[in-house]
Design a protein around this ligand. Structure first.
Ligand SMILES: C[S@@+](CC[C@H](N)C(=O)[O-])C[C@H]1O[C@@H](n2cnc3c(N)ncnc32)[C@H](O)[C@@H]1O
Length: 346
């Protein structure tokens, strides 16, 4: 067992399986924190990267500094916490510091403000940090992340890529009020997540989108200046009529014969995930070298973590045997019982 505890986040859709997931990872629980977080001892921290159970972990941080306390009852919490952070991390040169509440979904406003105030004070004590905003982080450089909640303060340094997200806790909040469908948030989050592993696709890149209706994802891609050829048996939302950059093919993906080459492929088809992946592999032949694939692996029929892992294993084995390189796999905040897999073609 390492002496440094880890803060790991298990999304609430997997909460019923938390004991099994922790065991699979070789993690011994110390304490549950907030709604999604667990403070654990890890037999081997490399399990967070190497173990198949890591798919159930949204975000993870080694806790080099913890202050279990009740901030609301503590006089001068922000100043004491900031001085504690300076003492612990002052000589470790993080690229940036970001703070967040331990309750990711609907944080108590008190802790949201506390996290903001804490960051403000810590920045005064670390005046020369090279990176000021979340989106400018180098995914491979160490960032100081600090989470606060009614259980106290938990901090550590980890690169965004290793932690599995640029934001404390891993969630980028995506506004959905005007969205055509909730799937729009999924591709927005997926594209943001992909920056942990690959640079953005350039504006003008051409996406082939399988299972596009009603078009939430299509709208997000078009908003970013991409071109989209979208296919679905069902119609797109009328708001996408005559959208510049969009070609819509009404029909069955299984019989679709593409013309030309694409830079990226997106698949959010429902139905049997194995059938969807077969079409992804078939149509990946129309991608340029280096082309990216974002694939939602729907796990609706898999009821237990064991069944979900079996599905993932089979999908990844089939895709890699078909020549696709797996870049990353994760469960995004805006995913339900499904995973997002990222591939690249050689
Ligand atoms: C979850 S919805 C997609 C939502 C969409 N990504 C969005 O952003 O609004 C799944 C879609 O896959 C489509 N689909 C499933 N199998 C298909 C097939 N073989 N050919 C064409 N469309 C298919 C369905 O018609 C459905 O519209």
């Amino acid at each position: 067992m390492t002496t440094t505890p880890w803060l790991i986040r298990i999304p609430d859709v997997f909460a019923p399986f938390a004991p099994q997931i922790l065991e699979g990872l070789g993690a011994r629980p110390r304490k549950a924190l907030g709604s999604d977080y667990h403070l654990v001892d890890l037999a081997d921290p490399s399990a967070l990267e190497d173990s198949e159970w890591s798919i159930f972990i949204r975000w993870a941080l080694p806790v080099d500094h913890a202050w279990p306390c009740c901030p609301q009852k503590m006089d001068g919490f922000v100043e004491k916490a900031a001085q504690g952070i300076l003492k612990k991390f002052g000589d470790r040169a993080p690229q940036a510091i970001f703070t967040g509440p331990l309750l990711p979904g609907a944080p108590h406003p008190y802790y949201k403000h506390l996290a903001t105030n804490l960051r403000g004070r810590v920045l005064q004590l670390f005046p020369t940090l090279p990176v000021a905003d979340v989106e400018s982080q180098d995914p491979e450089a160490g960032t100081l992340f600090a989470l606060v909640g009614k259980e106290g303060l938990y901090c550590g340094i980890r690169s965004p890529r290793e932690a599995n997200g640029f934001y404390p806790g891993g969630t980028k909040f995506i506004r959905q009020s005007e969205a055509i469908s909730r799937a729009g948030a999924k591709i927005a989050e997926a594209l943001h997540y992909l920056k942990l592993h690959r640079p953005d696709l350039p504006a003008g890149a051409h996406w082939l989108e399988l299972g596009a209706s009603p078009g939430g994802m299509t709208a997000e891609l078009l908003d970013r200046g991409y071109r989209v050829t979208a296919i679905d048996k069902a119609a797109l939302d009328a708001r996408l009529d005559r959208a510049p950059g969009l070609t819509f093919v009404r029909g069955d993906v299984d019989t679709f014969q593409p013309k030309g080459e694409f830079d990226a492929l997106l698949c959010d088809m429902n139905g049997d995930p194995r059938g969807s992946l077969r079409q992804v592999v078939r149509l990946s032949k129309s991608l340029r070298p280096g082309g990216k694939i974002v694939f939602t692996l729907k796990a609706a029929g898999a009821d237990t973590p064991g069944e979900m892992l079996e599905l993932l294993r089979a999908a990844e084995a089939y895709a890699t045997a078909s020549g696709l390189e797996l870049i990353a796999r994760t469960h995004l905040t805006y995913n339900r019982q499904e995973f997002t897999l990222f591939f690249e073609v050689g």
